[in-house]
Design a protein around this ligand. Structure first.
Ligand code: PGA
Length: 266
């Protein structure tokens, strides 16, 4: 994707991060949300292309983790849980724990996705507990952060991002956090077909990077920051051309292999 000349945009926020993208291989996450059945999931894995560079992670509904664990054997694919509860075990009907996610084949877990925050009232305090639980069980947390449309219109993006980061990561050991992945997903861009423009993505990513440099200087440059929100086969390459975008979290365009293949081959 690098050096593609249709991407002429180079904003002020990219400066200073020129080396970063060179070090990081892109990460592509297929977040299926509450979609797909076993047959479709297996067909997806069968038809999935190899990315140009980088790695692919599938975040299926929990019911599909076990069949996919078998199906991805021998392939360089990883699985990600979409959700879990932070307690170790016990009387929590309907829930599953971080260690159960691991047992089902997941090595990553989404934490703080806006749909969990908004439809299921997940608070920053819960997200903090989930992050701690993921780290304790060696599940790599993919922490999703991003502002709503109202917050954007009020110019509160940085305030929101900093609060979400602060509450989620507070008190965590810097070394333990070195596995962390962050996804910047402006809520207004998710599932709307209105992806953020390159300027806003750069600005959001640069803010998160600066926040990390301030609070976790030893690991700040190692943490990949992905973009998510209406990524498709047409816009993926432009996002990946930004130095700070270390990968993409894809919802709608990951539900079938052809569009997702186009994205990972961008
Ligand atoms: P979308 O979802 O690609 O359908 O906008 C992204 C996400 O929610 O992770």
């Amino acid at each position: 994707v690098r050096g593609v000349d249709i991407f002429t945009y180079r904003g002020e926020y990219d400066k200073g991060y020129e080396d970063l993208r060179e070090q990081m291989e892109p990460i592509f996450i297929a977040n299926w949300k509450m979609n797909l059945f076993e047959k479709e999931a297996l067909a997806f894995v069968r038809d999935l292309a190899v990315p140009k560079t980088g790695s692919v992670i599938i975040a299926p509904p929990a019911t599909l983790l076990f069949p996919l664990k078998q199906a991805i054997k021998g392939k360089s694919l990883a699985l990600c849980g979409q959700n879990f509860f932070f307690e170790e075990k016990g009387a929590y009907t309907g829930e599953l724990s971080a260690s159960q996610l691991k047992d089902s084949g997941a090595s990553y877990a989404l934490i703080g996705h806006s749909e969990r925050r908004h439809y299921f009232n997940e608070s920053d305090a819960w997200i903090h507990q989930k992050l701690k639980s993921a780290l304790a069980h060696h599940l790599i947390p993919i922490l999703c952060v991003g502002e709503t449309l109202d917050e954007k219109e009020e110019g509160k993006e940085e305030e929101v991002l900093s609060k979400q980061l602060h509450t989620a990561l507070e008190g965590s050991d810097e070394k333990a956090l070195s596995s962390l992945v962050i996804a910047y997903e402006p809520v207004w861009a998710i599932g709307t077909g209105l992806a953020a423009d390159l300027f806003l993505i750069e600005r959001g990513h640069a803010f998160i990077r600066k926040w990390l440099e301030k609070h976790y200087p030893a690991i700040a440059t190692k943490i990949p920051i992905l973009y998510g929100g209406s990524v498709n086969e047409k816009n993926a390459a432009s996002f990946l051309s930004l130095q700070e975008v270390a990968g993409l979290l894809v919802g709608g365009a990951s539900l079938a292999a052809p569009p997702f293949n186009a994205i990972i081959r961008s």
